[in-house]
Write a protein that binds this ligand. Sequence first.
Ligand SMILES: [Ca+2]
Length: 248
Amino acid sequence: MSHHYSGPNIGFPRGDARLDLTDLYAFPKPGAPGKSVLIINVHPSVGIKPPEPTTAEPFASEALYELMIDTDGDATADIAYQVRFSPTKAGSQTATLRRIEGAQAAGTGERGQIIAEGVPVSTGREAQITQVGDYHFFVGRRSDPFFFDVQGTLNNFQFTGEDFFADKDICSIVLEVPNSALGPKEVGLWARTLIPANGAGTQLCSGAERGWPMGPHAHSGKRRGRGLGPSGSRRAAQPNSLPCRRAK
Ligand SMILES: [Ca+2]
């Protein structure tokens, strides 16, 4: 799944690049078939309209960044991993990772069990990776692996051959999990960013609409789109979501 600049007019949700969900990756950990790697990318380092660098702060402290997991095929999350970031202090942020199970997974708001907290956000070349039990967790800036001829697309598809993202960065939330944490069957995945809506409720700012089976069966090469969406949780969030758009 990929969709950079998912706000109106090829901009960012609410004009805030930190809320812009750009990519969702899920794959078996190379050399370790019992583990999976799940990656949410947000916040392109450069905008298009206007073509200038985005904010220096990697993640929005008022937002919740969530990876939603459907384990039984009904398009409603049964497991969620949630990341909340601290405000920037002395030039750096930290993250708290939570896991939510059962009916609460499809809800909104800060919830679930803390897996790791005080995790440093990496902003340099070195990736600071935190291990807690069977989990490995990374948050911070990385080179954007997405590639696309943006300028050619904007110029009536007169492609230039230039990869706009070749020298751009992205902010990544990377979670390595044991497959046992995802259940025994195929799962559907999507991601979303949420912020408080005018002091009440929660607003969906960016979300991946499609999910695909992965986890214990990902090595089979299957990658069918299942049209999974945030389901009930998305419906609950949508009434106040006019300034935002879902990613394709
Ligand atoms: Ca479900």
